[in-house]
Design a protein around this ligand. Sequence first.
Ligand code: OGA
Ligand code: NI
Length: 363
Amino acid sequence: MDTSGAQEYDRLQELKTFDETKAGVKGLVDSGLQKIPKIFVRPAEELAKDLNYKKAQIEVPVIDLGDLEKTHRHKQIVEEVRIASETWGFFRVVNHGISLNVLDEMLDAIQKFNEQDVDEKKKYYTRDNMRRVRFNSNFDLFASRTASWRDSLAISFLDPDQINSDDLPAICRKSVIEYSKLVNNLGNILFGLLSEALGLQPEYLRKMDCSDGHLFTCNYYPACPEPDLTLGITKHSDLGFLTILLQNQIDGLQIFFQNQWVDVQPIRGALVINIGDLLQLVSNGKFTSNKHRVVANRLGPRISIACFFSGPINMDKVFYGPIKELISEENPPVYKEVLLSDYMAKAFTVGVDENFLVNYCKG
Ligand code: OGA
Ligand code: NI
């Protein structure tokens, strides 16, 4: 008898049963469970490996964007962005122009969406990636080895004015629209700074349409009764060009840096910025798309809103490869050119994969 097959079947059945509740991880927690279901438990060898890592006492850089318009400060900021993007692939920004009030309202709106009546929430539950508004638990539930302790509401903005506001859940509509506009502006500013940090004209990355459209993934990580056995998001790097992350005050995000896990402690009002795989690719490896994860927490809920800038996803025939100006005899292209639609389709099929860029885009 093929026992491994039988185990696989059980797992699939459990995943289906969980998915069909359409109530996500929050639904499990609300049912009062004290032990997490097996589909969320990481394999023993993975848990054991994790114990070997030291906990680092270093901090992710904080960059103050105030006075960006002043020439001498502007230069310093570009330099800080360059260093952080080359080494960490991560930095935090303060004085970025989005008020604390808007940030708090956005976090609050997403908390309310998740904590409303479950029947209302279920209306948005789907795995159809063509839908512009999608609520589900683990977009890669059926592809991943272990399920993660999180529910997510994904919203695609092809361009900032295009989303039909009636499509958005009423409970978070106003905040989502407002935050979307402001975070889109900030994205444009950051693409300017990143272009300069690569030694290019400020318009360069924007002209490559890197800032076209964005995707929100609004994550809700319920308190977990056995946080050591699972994760909120497994180790990965982000697929797009750039991510702007807003998080509430509950810890969880960690960056893998110099072979250690570094906590990104929440700073009220700050946003976390990270380089994605596509920016590593077009910068020919000059900028680093760093690996990160979210650990589960006994406290909760942790809420985060990730805004991914991933280029014009709705268009055919968009290719991205290493930027010509960054290539020379000493710096031959490290990555091949990719067709954006293929790249994204592949990424969604594979699910969260920590080696996606290396596996699919190496020149
Ligand atoms: C992501 C991510 C981190 C967080 O959505 O890609 O890394 O804190 N999120 O939710
Ligand atoms: Ni991420």
